[in-house]
Design a protein around this ligand. Structure first.
Ligand SMILES: NC(=O)c1ccc[n+]([C@@H]2O[C@H](COP(=O)([O-])OP(=O)(O)OC[C@H]3O[C@@H](n4cnc5c(N)ncnc54)[C@H](OP(=O)(O)O)[C@@H]3O)[C@@H](O)[C@H]2O)c1
Length: 295
């Protein structure tokens, strides 16, 4: 299918800004391949790119965007504040650094990466981000990994509702309580690790639904997200997978299919950090040390 003909639906955020519902994730793409992968994604028709200061790839993402020749207004770009940059005094400098690295004047969505409740700085951070929104430097602001209690406190103490909560959601860990807390406040849910980093694709419920629709397991999982109203940002470095992850609109899952996948939710299915206790600084040194431990 030609990129021109892949029609990706849009989600309207609480402040009226529209986001392509299927975006492209860039976490853990090696730095030297990021510009190529993002360029490929843009050629295939992705118009929403998700990065973060902590991914250390904003410059490569920005380069791919500039080299694509696409109109800036046709691409939705989201980035995130590093945990160590939370706090009234550091948000503006961190934002400027991201903006310079990306080579963009205006960021479409700026997100708090983690609540880090043990440092108790997310409320003042949010106030500083609200200032960025008022100044027009960002089109929308949101959070990641916020649990219902964090959302409640943020809104109660600032009166500013996040446009998005980007959280881990995939069949084996779908966080219905977080999704409901977001829904009640009009916050769009953006699923990260939407494929469970590939781990949910061999589940027999998923593979049998895929077989019945003549599509791949990844397309079933992404279609389940899309029909449930979530934004998704799958990551792949393979053009054939990038393409199939974008082609999730040509078929419809039944209510039975959707509830069979909903039923796979399992409290032990989490693959990322637990927001209640995750206090990783996301400094370059810490990220390098963490990656070395994993190898
Ligand atoms: N806010 C946060 O705290 C946070 C945390 C984690 C992630 N994120 C964001 O969410 C994005 C996506 O999450 P993720 O990268 O953790 O996981 P994911 O998108 O669920 O899965 C990526 C993995 O699945 C494989 N894959 C992709 N498409 C596939 C397909 N069609 N068939 C089979 N395998 C496929 C990829 O391999 P190949 O690359 O080899 O194809 C990769 O190993 C990230 O890139 C990042 O932008 C945000």
């Amino acid at each position: 299918m030609d990129a021109e003909f892949i029609s990706v639906p849009k989600i309207r955020l609480i402040n009226g800004v529209s986001v392509p519902q299927v975006g492209f994730g860039t976490f853990q793409i090696p730095e030297e391949s990021t510009a190529e992968a993002v360029g490929q994604a843009l050629r295939l028709g992705y118009r929403h790119i998700d990065t973060a200061a902590a991914y250390d790839n904003e410059a490569e993402v920005g380069r791919a965007i500039h080299e694509s020749g696409l109109d800036r207004s046709d691409i939705f770009v989201a980035t995130k504040l590093r945990n160590l940059d939370q706090g009234t005094d550091s948000v503006l400098d961190a934002f400027d650094a991201s903006r310079r690295a990306l080579g963009l004047e205006v960021i479409d969505l700026y997100l708090i990466h983690w609540p880090v409740p043990c440092h108790d700085r997310y409320v003042e951070t949010w106030q500083a981000m609200s200032g960025l929104l008022d100044s027009g430097a960002v089109r929308a602001i949101g959070v990641c990994n916020f649990l219902p209690e964090h959302l409640e406190r943020l809104v109660a103490e600032t009166g500013v509702v996040p446009a998005v909560d980007q959280v881990e959601v995939h069949p084996a860990f779908s966080q219905p309580d977080v999704r409901e807390a977001a829904r009640l406040r009009g916050i769009a849910v953006e699923a990260y690790s939407p494929l469970g980093r590939g781990g949910d694709l061999a589940n027999p419920v998923v593979t049998s639904i895929a077989q019945s629709h003549g599509v791949t397991p990844a397309q079933v999982v992404l279609r389940w997200h899309v029909q449930s109203g979530r934004i998704v940002i799958p990551k792949s470095v393979h053009p054939d997978r990038m393409r199939q992850n974008l082609e999730v609109t040509g078929f419809e899952l039944s209510a039975y299919d959707l509830s069979a996948i909903d039923a796979l939710d399992n409290v032990s299915g989490r693959i990322g950090g637990d927001p209640e206790i995750f206090d990783f600084s996301q400094s370059r040194e810490d990220i390098t040390a963490r990656n070395e431990t994993r190898q």
